[in-house]
Design a protein around this ligand. Structure first.
Ligand code: UD1
Length: 419
């Protein structure tokens, strides 16, 4: 097990390059299984979740080759198995995309019930309802989920909740189905649009991604020999934007999409930060004087739940009282216990947390409870007085590539050491 030793009191200054989007990559890699051919993916983030997916694809018979640090070539012509190894699939949440992809391509699939960050209850009833409406029989028992269908037929599906995973999974399952599928009340996150753009590049007919209704006209085949570059990571971009604000720093964030950051940018401006848009890069700077604000997490284009913990760090040193209302996950304030150890004044109850800003945080031993909480605590260690030790950093490695190197280039003194 590794940990970070973080020397705090750092004002982050310099440039950082954003990697490809984790949440797009973990969907697009399984999507390559729908293609009877070779696909080249560029700007793939080199993170542990992606490495696990690549191993799973290999175990299913696909040939997966990294041709450089960020380019993966998948040949799915040799796919020969539809039962994914339970021990790998139950490790992380996005393994549920294998359901849609293998059901769509082969009419048969079995995976371990998806694991992933513990953010409270994470049901997949909307995925299952959608597969059944396309004609599949779905069974969940003994920690595994299986689905099969002789034929999938397009249908109209209305999601009861706005779900990123269910939206993408039903796109995956219906691109090769017979007829037209209409998905209502879908999620609109940038990575959903990216998955649809990828599938349209290889021959699918998906319309409306990024709006509330997506229409998929089934096609008979998706073709190989295409190259696709994954969209920049919205959440990594936001993490560095908040780190600039919280540290009173000045960071030029390169290879990102300004328009994906609107809800966060609005908050950063309210909190006294400055933002400049240079097309594919964003500069965020701050005097370090942070105004309090209130935040409610919502599906895109609302404020992303995956940036809520990082924002909690900035609010814990704001000049006044702020409230965060977490409307997506039941249990996403576990990181506040760690911030309290650092001197923060936070009262979290249920889905609401009240932050009474303190002058500064103080270094402490910190335990990441999940991926984004880990990133938030890293930022907390960077801005705190003194030294912090951050444990459970495997959570951070799931979704952030070379994070300590990126922060080191911005002036942080940070070491990765074996516990
Ligand atoms: C994805 C992201 C995750 C992010 C979340 C919300 C990936 C791999 N993960 O997770 O980082 O925090 O979106 O932006 O992209 N729900 C149901 N039934 C379902 C599905 C979801 O009730 O069948 C509920 C969930 O409990 C949650 C809400 O819907 O309250 C949103 O979940 P969803 O958008 O599906 O999140 P994930 O796809 O798991």
């Amino acid at each position: 097990m590794e940990k970070f030793i973080i020397h705090g009191n750092t004002r982050l200054v310099g440039e950082v390059e954003i990697s490809g989007a984790k949440n797009a990559a973990v969907a697009i890699l399984p999507a390559t299984l729908l293609i009877d051919g070779i696909t080249t993916l560029e700007n793939v983030p080199n993170i542990s979740d992606v490495k696990i997916i690549c191993k799973i694809l290999s175990s299913l018979g696909a040939s997966v080759t990294w041709t450089n640090e960020h380019t993966v070539v998948v040949d799915s012509r040799s796919l020969n198995c539809t039962h994914a190894p339970l021990e790998m699939t139950s490790k992380f949440r996005a393994s549920y995309y294998l359901l849609g992809a293998l059901l769509g391509r082969c009419g048969d699939v079995e995976v371990g019930l998806p694991g992933g960050c513990n953010l409270g209850a994470r049901p997949i009833d909307q995925h299952i309802k959608g597969f059944e409406l396309l004609g599949a029989k779905v069974d969940c028992e003994q920690g595994r989920i299986s689905a099969n269908a002789k034929k999938l037929t397009g249908s109209t599906i209305y999601f009861d909740v706005v779900s990123v995973g269910a939206t993408i999974n039903l796109i995956l399952a219906s691109v090769l189905a017979e007829g037209t599928t209409v998905l209502n009340n879908v999620a609109k996150e940038p990575h959903i649009v990216d998955v649809a753009n990828f599938l349209n590049t290889v021959g699918a007919d998906i319309r409306g991604a990024g709006t509330d209704i997506i229409k998929i006209n089934g096609v008979s085949k998706l073709t190989g020999n295409h190259t696709y570059s994954i969209v920049p990571d919205q959440i990594e971009t936001g993490t560095f934007m908040i780190a600039a604000l919280a540290s009173g720093g000045d960071i030029l964030i390169k290879n990102c999409i300004y328009e994906h950051m609107d809800s966060l940018s609005a908050k950063i401006l309210e909190m006294g930060g400055k933002i400049e848009n240079f097309g594919d890069s964003i500069r965020v700077s701050s005097s370090g004087k942070i105004h309090p604000t209130n935040i409610k997490t919502l599906p895109y284009p609302g404020f992303p739940t995956d940036l809520q913990p990082q924002m909690g760090v900035a609010l814990s040193i704001a000049n006044g009282t702020s409230i965060i209302n977490e409307s997506i996950w039941d249990s996403r304030f576990q990181y506040t216990n760690e911030l309290i150890k650092m001197g923060a004044k936070i009262t979290a109850q249920g889905k609401t947390a009240v932050f009474e800003g303190v002058d500064h945080l103080i270094g402490a031993p910190l335990y990441a409870t999940d991926l984004r909480a880990g990133a938030a605590l890293l930022v907390a260690g960077i801005i705190a007085d003194g030294v912090s030790e951050l444990y459970n950093i495997h959570f951070i490695d799931r979704g952030y590539e070379h994070i300590e190197e990126k922060f080191r280039k911005l002036g942080t003194k940070i070491e990765r050491v074996n516990e």
